[in-house]
Design a protein around this ligand. Structure first.
Ligand code: SF4
Length: 629
């Protein structure tokens, strides 16, 4: 028989028959939230009679302020976080408006826009939404808090809690786990608990407990959940995640599509479906300096432990089923990186469905040409490659596990296949030096033949290997990014360790050091897009093979094309190096030619920027000509 205390708790939290999940602004509005969809489907599979209402509210916000303005705000963390911060703390409006203006610099859509007006518009639509739902009728409310969703989620949490003080609220997501969790619970008493890592198993435990008549205050917590009363210390949190993804049902996006259906024709669109093949990251290379695994700047360990991947049939079948269910063909795989072993089989299966899919995915630079061809045949149109640097020396410091020549090879292969890529070049990484910049400048001479990289400046993520081992990277002190001091009152700034950190180290030196690279990338972008203006959309450096001779043609922005002809063995060596080759392998392939002869030919090709060499490996840069261009 339940004692009096638990009976009171039971009254506090009535039998849980319905709950809600919210994704607040600012995710990409044109796709449903994978987090909400996956959690709903999983909860329904465990508790079929439980009503799980998902609010992909960010779409409503985007409709209200207009898609271009929403997108412009959502593109940058600080513009996004400013809007709801001004609603949370109206007395800080002036400082926050100043930060918004600074963060929005160069963002054409936001030029001249009144920040106060944006805030009023967003507040209006948010408050109407909050006012419409009977929150007290829910047994539990969950928030998915990922990039750019911190202040927006906190605003909803605070306002909803005013309307339904007894409603238990749980939050989780990529930016509030780990070291942030305890502090957030302390300074925001409206949050009941925080999930660390994946939501499914902890949420199932909590829902099961509430449905059995328990209350939030007597929930035992444990791995994967931090509560105000108990939970692991920030240094000692642990995950409770799915052992494998076999039992993960396809995500349920019904509410997003219901909302979309009710939009007027001029505001409706065909969304992109988010899907996941795997969770975690398979790149676990050890950094000998720190003993940490994975890339030095990456803090994915906040969310996951270990790599898990769906089976070939499950992954391909799910994509096909989703296409049929929602009658859509644009899909974005949300994986950190596609699985190295299964990708070919999954995408071969997808190609067999004979649909005109259009996929986006993130991939590692080590993805080989044959795999890229399979992806392309299945419909891979857009990728983000983990390039990050064009200097092998710097790539080592990043513990990326790749080399500059490997990066150039994948950039070339994507150019051949016509797959667009939006990949980053990280500048200002602490501890980078003149050698890194010199190597980068040299590689840009070759890389500028291919689709340009996008410059990003290094930022310090909480719990990344750099953050954990600052001394190894010349960092003297780490602390919250000062922009949080503008967004939040001092009590919050000091009480929470936020996702974006700042540091004292060699920042000034780095800014100066990377100036030439910035200029070179600007020129690269200018020339590339000039040379790809219609009707001249062909590759910059291409070749035509005449069987015993090879014509190489380079299009130039400020001059007539440059032509070269290679014959006999020169042609053969050039074609042999279409895939990067070690010098020894080239010698072995052409035993009739002396080391000196081969060496001087390779050097000639490098001097003419027709080949690239790095660490004794050689790569031919021309791509097969298209339409004789
Ligand atoms: S940056 Fe990408 S490849 Fe590197 S550890 Fe993070 S997820 Fe893995």
């Amino acid at each position: 028989m339940a004692d009096q205390t638990s009976q009171e708790k039971y009254r506090e939290t009535p039998f849980l028959n319905q709950m809600a999940l919210i994704s607040a602004p600012w995710p990409v509005f044109s796709r449903p939230s994978i987090q909400l969809g996956a959690l709903k489907a999983y909860l329904k599979s465990e508790f079929p009679d439980l009503r799980v209402l998902c609010h992909h509210f960010y779409l409503q916000a985007a409709v209200s302020i207009g898609y271009p303005v929403y997108q412009a705000i959502a593109e940058r963390t600080w513009t996004a976080e400013c809007v709801y911060a001004a609603m949370l703390y109206p007395d800080r409006m002036d400082q926050i408006a100043g930060l918004f203006t600074k963060a929005a610099k160069g963002q054409k859509t936001l030029r001249g826009m009144d920040f106060g007006h944006i805030v009023r518009q967003v507040k209006n639509v948010s408050d109407i939404f909050i006012g419409k739902v009977d929150w007290a009728a829910m047994g539990l409310l969950g928030f998915s808090v990922c990039l750019c969703q911190l202040t927006s989620s906190l605003y909803f949490i605070r306002e909803i809690k005013k309307k339904a003080p007894d409603l238990p609220i749980i939050a989780g997501g990529s930016i509030i786990g780990g070291h942030s969790a305890k502090g957030l619970l302390e300074v925001f008493p409206e949050i009941g608990m925080i999930v660390i890592g994946e939501g499914e198993p902890p949420l199932i435990r909590l829902v099961g407990h509430l449905r059995a008549g328990g209350g939030v205050s007597d929930f035992p917590g444990g791995a994967g959940i931090v509560s105000r009363n108990e939970g692991p210390s920030p240094e000692n949190f642990s995950f409770s995640q799915l052992f494998d993804l076999t039992n993960l049902p396809a995500p349920d996006f019904s509410e997003y599509f219901a909302m979309l259906k009710n939009l007027p024709p001029e505001q409706t669109f065909f969304p992109t479906l988010p899907l996941e093949i795997s969770r975690g990251c398979w790149w676990r290379g050890m950094d000998s300096r720190t003993g940490e695994k994975g890339c030095a700047f990456c803090n994915l360990n906040l969310q996951w432990e270990g790599y898990r991947c769906k089976s070939v049939a499950q992954a391909a079948g799910e994509a096909n089923q989703m296409a049929e269910q929602y009658q859509l063909l644009s899909m974005a795989f949300m994986d950190n990186s596609l699985p190295p072993q299964k990708s070919r089989a999954i995408f071969k299966n997808l190609a067999d469905f004979n649909k005109d899919f259009q996929f986006f995915s993130e991939i590692r630079a080590s993805t080989d040409k044959e795999t890229l061809e399979v992806l392309s045949r299945a419909g891979m149109a857009d990728v983000q490659v983990g390039i990050e640097a064009l200097s092998s020396n710097l790539l080592k410091k990043l513990n990326k596990g790749t080399s500059a020549i490997e990066n150039l090879e994948i950039m070339k292969n994507l150019e051949v296949l016509g797959i667009k890529h939006n990949s980053n070049l990280i500048l200002h990484f602490p501890g980078s030096d003149e050698t890194d910049v010199e190597e980068t400048m040299r590689a840009i001479q070759a890389a500028r033949l291919f689709y340009p990289l996008r410059i990003v400046h290094f930022w310090l993520g909480i719990q990344s290997p750099v953050w954990k081992n600052p001394g190894e990277f010349g960092i003297k002190a780490v602390f919250n990014h000062p922009n949080y001091k503008i967004l939040f009152p001092d009590r919050v700034y000091r009480g929470v360790r936020f996702m974006i950190q700042d540091y004292r180290g060699d920042k000034q030196y780095q800014r100066k050091l990377w100036q030439p690279v910035k200029r070179a990338v600007r020129q690269w972008r200018k020339d590339y897009f000039y040379l790809h203006q219609p009707p001249n959309a062909g590759p910059i450096l291409s070749f035509q093979d005449g069987d015993d001779f090879l014509i190489i043609r380079k299009r130039r922005a400020s001059d007539n094309p440059e032509n070269h002809r290679l014959t006999g063995t020169s042609r053969k060596i050039y074609l042999f190096c279409m895939h990067r080759r070690q010098f020894e392998a080239i010698l072995g392939q052409f035993p009739d030619f002396s080391t000196e002869k081969i060496s001087s030919f390779l050097q000639l090709m490098i001097d003419k920027n027709l080949m690239f060499a790095d660490n004794d490996e050689y790569l031919s840069l021309a791509v097969p000509s298209r339409n004789g261009q």
